[in-house]
Design a protein around this ligand. Structure first.
Ligand SMILES: Nc1nc2c(c(=O)[nH]1)N[C@H]1C(S)=C(S)[C@@H](COP(=O)(O)O)O[C@H]1N2
Ligand SMILES: [Mo]
Length: 352
């Protein structure tokens, strides 16, 4: 007698499916791509590769896109990992040399992506447990991510093509659609909840937005920077020097320019002060602050910025004398410069 063969039913969670993986992977490819390109621009702007003075809001937009696409990548990456999770532990771990290489590239990709998203998030939250090496590490690992990502995409393109075809039998069915919808919704919520740090009309609904009360945020307070303004403070400009009263007596210019921080927040403000071009001659200008140490104690203002009519040594912010936290007695404000380079508590300008 032949006994019926009992076959254990195979339960496959609907999300663990190549159609879902392909779709989420495509979205992730877009957010990672945006994040990488805007990250490169940010790095370039901060290190004065080639960066224009106009439009004045360009850095605000590119850095906003950088942080928002990074935030969007977090739920997408988690969803993507969830959708491939059973495969990650498939046996045998290694089938052949190409298979081993592919797996290795995936693990590098996952580890490096997590590193980027976690360090980026901590940085945006203004927490620097790893302080001064963050920009270098974040920048270097970005290249690892993009390298591993290109290998991964090249290997997977045939699968993605096949599964995204409308006639494909692996087409997304209902429960998979629900998973995709949830992923899209979570990503949308994450974006809306944070985008208010830089998009003014989103401020009211961005519940998670750090620094969105409408006032110009203070990045580093005078206390944190150890600033003490001497009674006899004078601005040194080459061989000359000016008291605050003398600066106030010079022709004043008023400009509307944002502070656009690398951490993603940005805020417009009205600045009044003396044009840098009226204080110094032509050329790159070394800007030094009263700070004793710190990464941004000294910056170099390239000549295009120094000669720009919008670049000021600001004495006033939104109609009032500059507060100590915003850089009293005077601070630099230039169009389309990353916030970190808008030096506060300036004490000397020197043409290089
Ligand atoms: N001397 C000095 N200037 C500085 C900084 C600093 O740490 N030291 N921080 C910069 C950063 S990171 C930003 S975003 C802006 C913020 O300016 P605010 O605090 O007036 O908004 O100041 C910049 N100027
Ligand atoms: Mo900043």
């Amino acid at each position: 007698m032949k006994l019926p063969v009992f076959k254990a039913p195979v339960f496959k969670a609907p999300a663990h499916h190549t159609g879902v993986t392909s779709r989420v992977g495509t979205w992730l490819g877009i957010t990672f791509g945006l994040c990488f390109v805007t990250g490169l621009l940010s790095h370039g702007a901060q290190h004065d590769w080639v960066w224009p003075t106009r439009p004045v809001d360009l850095y605000r937009v590119t850095q906003g896109v950088h942080v928002i696409s990074g935030v969007a990548s977090i739920p997408l990456l988690l969803a993507k990992l969830w959708s491939v999770y059973p495969k990650l532990f498939e046996r045998p771990l290694v089938k052949s040399v190409p298979h081993a290489l592919e797996r290795a590239s995936i693990f590098v990709l996952i580890a490096a992506s997590f590193f980027e998203l976690v360090t980026g998030l901590f940085n945006a939250a203004q927490n620097y447990p790893w302080s001064f090496y963050f920009p270098t590490a974040h920048y270097a690992v970005a290249w690892i991510v993009i390298g591993a990502l290109l290998v991964h995409v090249a290997v997977k393109i045939p699968v993605v093509r096949r599964t995204l075809e409308p006639a494909s039998e692996e087409r997304t069915i209902l429960s998979r659609r629900a998973f995709l919808r949830t992923t899209a919704l979570t990503t949308g919520v994450a974006v809306v909840a944070t985008a208010g740090v830089t998009v003014p009309w989103l401020r009211k609904i961005s519940v998670l937005a750090w620094r969105s009360d409408g006032a110009l945020p203070v990045n580093r307070t005078a206390k944190a920077a150890g600033i003490v303004v001497p009674q006899d403070w004078r601005l040194k400009v080459g061989a000359r020097s000016f008291s605050l009263a003398e600066l106030q007596a010079m022709p004043q210019t008023t400009v509307d320019l944002p502070i656009a921080c690398v951490e993603g927040w940005s805020q417009n403000a009205t600045w009044t002060g003396v044009r840098v071009s009226e204080l110094v001659g032509r050329g790159d200008v070394r800007v030094e602050s009263l700070e004793k140490d710190g990464l941004y104690r000294v910056t170099t203002l390239p000549s295009e910025f120094a000669e720009d009519p919008l670049t000021l040594l600001a004495l006033r912010l939104n109609g009032e004398e500059l507060s100590l936290d915003h850089g009293f007695p005077c601070r630099l404000i230039a169009p389309n410069r990353p916030g970190v380079l808008q030096t506060k508590w300036v004490t000397s300008l020197e043409v290089l």
